[in-house]
Unconditional design. Structure first.
Length: 586
């Protein structure tokens, strides 16, 4: 195998190093060659990102006779050192919101469903602490990870209570009174200050490191190697950090991609240059030397579950006969929130079919507006997506989901089209990638920056949105189909980049901008209480007429507040936003 000069520099290096490896640059091959070049009696630990990567790496090291390399994930390493030692029982799927409320015996206060709002935040605070490097709960400020104004307001008013109950829940797990979670035993492992008896420790996917595991890694006496791609950091919402930027090790890059040709490399670089609008950022040139091999697979990749399901629904509806399709990560993972609620539970609540709701959390709400209030006050993004899907497709959902399930195949190689969000496609590659039109655009990024004095921006989150588009583009081996409005300005015609006519014209873009501004204003408005909604808006979810839509548009253009519109049209805020989403194609 012919290696690049950059790979040789890594293999021949000494001491602690960090490898910033662009997508498809052969980092696994490099790590294997690095391991082979160490003395035969060296004890080497390779920390893989997840179980599937661990299994694949074990096979590769074993096939090459590298028996001195031990492959673990952060969780498998912690599991062996905590579960067996303390005799804990594991709650493998984690705790649902209503379970946290029951365990802590939370009670309703003046605010209806207070116990559920609080339980959701307690559960998230527990996860935040367990993934952090902090040794005590009070060393963290949970408000630092809340961005929604409504949720922030709720947590601020009840912070002392939420923090106290977070500590209580952790103590119940620690004492064995209740089952422990995966996050908890990783935290327990970190707090033990473990000593890992290895000469070399290789930490993969360092751009999405758990701060808790990174703390364990940095405290070892072994020679340390961190491998990752700082531009593939897309898991900050799981409290991950970019360890490549946290350590002052010798930096050795891998800038040649063996996956895709130069056209796609150029597109990826131009997208990454958007970050220079946010802060000064050095972008390494990417050399594309791939595109020669093909797996013949085609994939549609979207930013959100909502966008992806919309494309899948289009696919099954437009086909005259059943066409095989495949969802990365199993189709059911797109229909359920991690807390257990399904699209069907949310739809049944929407239709007032309480007797058909299975999930305890969804069943606890009297109507759809109460669920919307819960989503706003907890910043539950997964459940929010289910709510938006139900509001957009309503009672067409069962038919559409049935069509998808009838078309789904177990082997992705047999699928005519693979569907995936960016996060589930990470680590994958496809011959041809079709990008859905729901990513951050250069135009929107520029607009947000221009208005940052009026509306503050979160630079790190916007940078991560650029990363998300970069990751999606670099899943392609040969061809990328991209919408015109996602394409970087002045990007030249390229054989491997197929430009699709934009799904929106300039007028629609202005409407969407107006909708974004309206949504932002609406979040700042004081919400009606559930009781007021029931009293004043008995027909909140009645069918919309053309006349209703015209009134709605005219009031939005007149910069009326959402409460003024709700009162005039006898609708809820959620119903108004939902209709605007439909009208503007969101």
């Amino acid at each position: 195998m012919k290696l690049t000069e950059e790979q040789y520099n890594i293999i021949n290096s000494s001491g602690n190093i960090k490898i910033n490896a662009v997508a498809g640059s052969g980092k696994t091959t490099t790590i294997i060659e690095y391991s082979k070049s160490r003395p035969n009696n060296s004890r080497i630990l390779y920390l893989a990102f997840n179980k599937s990567v661990k299994t694949e790496a074990e096979e590769k090291f074993s096939r090459l006779g590298l028996d001195n390399v031990k492959v673990e994930t952060a969780h498998s390493l912690a599991y062996k050192n905590v579960i067996y030692k303390y005799g804990y029982s594991l709650k493998s799927n984690g705790y649902k919101t209503h379970e946290v409320a029951e365990i802590l015996k939370l009670r309703r206060r003046k605010e209806k469903h207070f116990e559920l709002f609080a339980a959701n935040h307690i559960n998230r605070f527990v996860s935040y602490f367990c993934n952090s490097s902090a040794r005590k709960v009070n060393q963290l400020n949970y408000l630092d990870v809340i961005s929604d104004p409504v949720a922030y307001d709720f947590v601020s008013k009840n912070y002392e209570f939420i923090e106290k109950q977070t500590r209580l829940f952790l103590s119940k797990m620690d004492s064995g009174e209740i089952e422990i979670t995966h996050d908890f035993y990783l935290k327990k492992f970190q707090l033990q200050n473990p000593v890992l008896n290895y000469d070399y420790i290789l930490f993969d996917e360092g751009q999405d490191a758990s701060p808790a595991m990174l703390d364990v890694f940095l405290n070892q006496n072994a020679i340390k190697v961190i491998v990752g791609d700082s531009h593939q950091q897309i898991y900050s919402w799981r409290y991950a950090i970019n360890s490549l930027e946290q350590v002052d090790y010798t930096a050795l890059p891998l800038t040649t991609s063996f996956r895709f040709p130069q056209d796609i490399a150029n597109l990826a670089c131009e997208i990454l240059k958007w970050k220079n609008m946010l802060y000064e950022h050095l972008i390494f040139p990417i050399k594309g030397s791939g595109g020669k091999n093909s797996n013949q697979m085609k994939a549609t990749i979207a930013r959100t579950n909502l966008g992806l399901l919309g494309k899948a629904f289009e696919f099954v509806e437009q086909s005259h006969k059943t066409q095989p399709l495949y969802f990365e990560g199993n189709v059911n993972s797109y229909l359920y929130a991690e807390d257990g609620a399904s699209l069907f539970d949310v739809l049944n609540l929407y239709n007032h079919n309480h007797e058909m709701i299975k999930d305890a959390l969804i069943k606890s709400f009297n109507d759809f507006s109460e669920l919307e209030e819960y989503v706003m006050k907890t910043e539950d993004n997964q459940l929010s997506v289910l709510v938006e899907i139900v509001k957009k497709y309503e009672n067409e959902l069962p038919k559409l989901i049935r069509l998808i399930r009838d078309s789904h195949v177990e082997d992705k190689r047999q699928a005519k089209m693979i569907f995936s969000t960016v996060h589930r496609s990470k680590g994958m590659e496809y011959d041809t990638v079709f990008l859905h039109n729901d990513f951050l655009t250069h135009r929107k990024l520029k607009r947000l920056i221009d208005k940052k004095e009026e509306t503050p921006i979160d630079i790190s989150k916007l940078a991560e949105e650029v990363n998300v588009l970069y990751v999606a583009v670099t899943r392609a081996i040969k061809n990328v189909f991209i919408h015109k409005n996602l394409l970087p300005e002045f990007f030249p015609n390229s054989p491997n980049i197929k430009v699709l006519s934009s799904e929106i014209d300039d007028r629609d873009e202005d409407n969407k901008r107006r909708l974004d501004e309206f949504r932002l204003r609406s979040r700042k408005d004081k919400s009606y209480s559930i009781e007021e909604v029931r009293k004043n808006n008995p027909d909140a979810y009645k069918p919309w007429t053309k006349e209703d839509e015209q009134k709605l548009l005219s009031m939005v253009r007149a910069n009326k507040s959402i409460n003024e519109i709700a009162k005039a049209l006898h609708r809820t805020k959620g119903a108004i936003i939902s209709r605007l989403n439909k009208m503007f194609g969101r």
